[in-house]
Design a protein. Structure first.
Ligand SMILES: [Zn+2]
Length: 385
């Protein structure tokens, strides 16, 4: 099966040379021609989307055109946790059309399929008209150039002061719904959320303490006092599927998690530490097990607020006993599961597995050999918090 990571799938050209050359709001106002001579290749369209100061995104249900494509693609997306209840009927004239956000009908017929027809998505970022995006940006002149995706589409994230309410538009937390966006929109959204969360935390200069200013189209901050330039940070974290000698997988419940939610172990990489050493240390600290072979599986950003998740398969050291001793502080319960046991626990609702956007889910399904059974405890993908 494919090892699919919803926040790592897209194809994105960052257009880094343009970041210092033009302000993103000026770019929106002037149109695609403003990038001429600044970047190589075609720019067909500028597409703004909105993010609020908490890192939530404005999304809407696909238009009729999207629905038709989605239905054609239903067979390949049958496992998606879709908010289909929010998708209007085909005859619904009031359906939210990207390009006509204010309900005036302007822009009708301009709706496009993000990522192209090969890439059907049950959910799309809300793309207000450029005029509307510029109006909304007035209260918070902070925009970020996110790059170019397939088809020559350039994306600009506009940070708005408040999550304004519009019919058909929902503000969501990307961590619950990234799997419902197209590959390219998911990548663009992950970058915007990462930048907004970074700007919220990196307010003061680390050298002289003055308040910094966002620069380079949102990709740096600059200190007006000492001219120090800072770049966005990601904290590396290891996450590991630990297997015992019978190919059972270890799941644990963290004392900070809601009751019934179980996942694989994870922890931050410490200063001066390599990821494989971090895997062995974390497993020993949290459940008292000695790990031998460690194999890298894949990675994806987790910008909530700024982790980079490094997925590993970890096998118990040959001959080591599978005796679990939880640390009792971070981890309060842990056990090994066969595939049949895990399926039964999930189907019955006794155990809630990691959600479909998390690398932990992909790692578990890689071990399981296919999609995990449906959980009656499924989280609403349009959650805001
Ligand atoms: Zn400074």
């Amino acid at each position: 099966m494919a090892f699919t990571l919803p926040l790592s799938r897209g194809v994105l050209d960052t257009l880094a040379p343009a970041r210092d050359a033009i302000d993103p709001l000026t770019l929106l106002a002037e149109g695609p021609g403003a990038l001429e001579g600044l970047v190589e290749g075609e720019v067909r369209e500028l597409r703004p989307f909105l993010v609020d100061p908490a890192g939530r995104l404005a999304v809407c249900a696909p238009t009729r055109g999207h629905v038709a494509v989605r239905r054609e693609g239903a067979a390949v997306r049958a496992d998606a946790d879709t908010p289909f209840a929010t998708i209007p009927d085909e005859g619904d004239a009031a359906s939210p059309v990207p390009g006509a956000p204010d309900g005036t009908g302007e822009g009708e017929g301009e709706a496009t399929v993000p990522g192209g027809a090969q890439d059907p998505a049950p959910l799309v970022l809300w793309h207000p008209e450029v005029r509307v995006a510029l109006e909304l940006a007035q209260g918070s002149p902070s925009a970020m150039l996110m790059g170019r995706t397939r088809g020559g589409v350039v994306h600009v994230a506009v940070k708005v002061a408040d999550p304004l309410e519009r019919p058909g538009v929902t503000w969501v937390n990307l961590r619950w719904c990234a799997h419902l966006l197209s590959d390219d929109e998911s990548a663009v959204a992950a970058g915007a959320v990462a930048l907004v969360n970074w700007h919220r935390q990196a307010v003061f200069c680390q050298r002289c303490g003055r308040r910094v200013t966002p620069t380079s189209s949102g990709w740096t901050t600059t200190c007006p006092g000492c001219a120090t330039i800072e770049y966005p940070r990601q904290d590396p974290a290891v996450i590991m599927a630990v297997l015992d000698h019978s190919d059972r997988v270890l799941l644990a419940h963290n004392s900070a998690w809601r009751s019934g939610f179980w996942s694989v172990l994870a922890g931050f990489v410490e200063a001066g530490e390599s990821p494989d050493r971090a895997v062995r240390r974390e497993v020993l600290e949290e459940v008292g097990l000695a790990v031998g072979e460690v194999e890298f599986m894949g990675a994806q950003p987790w910008p909530f607020p700024r982790s980079l998740m490094l997925g590993h398969l970890a096998r118990l050291e040959p001959g080591a006993a599978a005796d679990i001793h939880v640390d009792g502080v971070e981890i309060d319960s842990a056990r090994f599961f066969t595939r049949a046991e895990l399926a039964e626990e999930i189907s019955s609702g006794r155990l809630e597995p990691p959600g479909p956007t998390a690398i932990a889910r992909a790692m578990l399904e890689e071990w399981y050999g296919g999609p995990l059974p449906e959980s009656p405890r499924r989280i609403d993908p349009l959650r805001q918090s």
